[in-house]
Design a protein around this ligand. Structure first.
Ligand code: SF4
Length: 347
């Protein structure tokens, strides 16, 4: 069904208002009235399908900005979206992110039909360890409490005692009764947790598996030094999935939510964001007065999401786009995530 010209023009105006300031993409992609008018039929159709199917769309900050601002009902990091998934009353949840996030939505909302637009949207972290490999590690360290970062598969969550995010990891690990922690799957975040807890005077032995995020492990202290020489007064903002050397050289290290808050509330002339470019795009929309000097990187998995795939998956999902989980495994994984909600800081 073709929308009337006035409806398309109003939708193009709505999209342009959000996307006008976004220029973070290394590809140089920009949004103007013509590009927004070309997107309008798709966003209108997806928003109509949402009403027809009783669906909500959860959008991670790293997917393309026309998805976040064109069709997303909730936007944020994995923790915020996990909560949104838990509270969603919709019959259908479409997760514009990566597969482990859609699995998390299914774990928390078992009665909903959870859809992922592209089954190939994996994650170098989540895919770095299987449930079987974690069982073998657990056998080597039977006295350890098993902590999994939320960037892990459902079967790894099912094998873990408690889940954490980049926003609550320090608090939860510091307050666990066990001294020995088996932390999976992020070796670099494990190192950052080890360093931060040592600084806080907390005595923990943290054993990690060997995964890394293919986006955040690419940044180097040399990038930071070169940027500081060129932009005096620069603030460097990094994610805890970066290396310990990068974290030590940054001005601020935090979860995506904390990074956004830091930029919005501080007054530096320039920012270097050591994270995925989608987060810079969100800041350009929500804090257009701030200056970003580039240097972000793209996650190829997140970029597999597109408006066309979302429309097709909502209209008639293929079997591979519908997330299904073994019920016993789902219940064990749900317990691990519920423990995170119980142990998270309240402020
Ligand atoms: S940015 Fe890194 S952690 Fe996030 S989905 Fe991509 S590979 Fe995984």
């Amino acid at each position: 069904m073709i929308a009337p010209a006035a409806t398309l023009e109003a939708e193009a105006d709505r999209l342009l208002k959000a996307l006008l300031h976004v220029d973070c993409e290394p590809s140089g992609r920009r949004w103007n009235y013509e590009t927004c008018l070309a997107l309008a039929p798709l966003t209108l159709e997806i928003n109509r399908l949402k009403r027809e199917k009783d669906a909500v769309i959860l959008t991670h900050s790293y997917v393309d900005p026309e998805i976040v601002y064109g069709v997303g009902d909730f936007k944020g990091d994995s923790y915020f979206l996990s909560l949104a998934a838990k509270q969603a009353k919709a019959k259908v949840i479409l997760f514009a992110g990566v597969v482990f996030m859609a699995e998390t939505a299914k774990i928390l909302s078992p009665d909903a039909t959870v859809i992922v637009p592209d089954r190939g949207s994996g994650c170098s972290l989540a895919d770095s360890i299987t449930g079987e490999e974690l069982r073998r590690l657990k056998a080597l360290y039977p006295d350890a409490t098993v902590v999994c970062y939320i960037n892990s598969t459902a079967e790894v969550k099912a094998e873990s005692d408690v889940c954490v995010t980049s926003g609550n990891v320090y608090h939860i690990v510091a307050n666990l009764p066990a001294r020995r922690i088996l932390f999976v799957p992020d070796r670099l975040m494990g190192q950052n947790v080890r360093d931060e807890l040592r600084r806080r005077g907390v005595d923990k032995e943290i054993i990690t598996s060997d995964g890394t995020c293919m986006v955040h492990d690419q940044f180097s202290p040399a990038d930071i030094a070169a940027a500081r020489a060129q932009f005096p007064g620069l603030k460097v903002v990094a994610h805890p999935e970066c290396t310990a050397e990068v974290a030590a050289a940054a001005d601020f290290v935090g979860s995506t939510g904390a990074m956004m808050k830091f930029v919005k509330t501080s007054g530096a002339p320039y920012y270097l964001m050591l994270t995925e470019c989608g987060l810079v795009g969100r800041l350009q929309v929500e804090a257009p007065e701030k200056n970003f000097i580039g240097g972000c990187r793209l996650c190829p998995y997140m970029k597999l999401n597109s408006l066309e795939k979302i429309r097709d998956a909502l209209a008639t999902p293929r079997p591979d786009q519908i997330v299904t989980l073994d019920e016993g495994m789902r219940r064990r994984a749900a317990r691990c995530i519920e423990r995170m909600f119980e142990l998270s800081p309240t402020d």
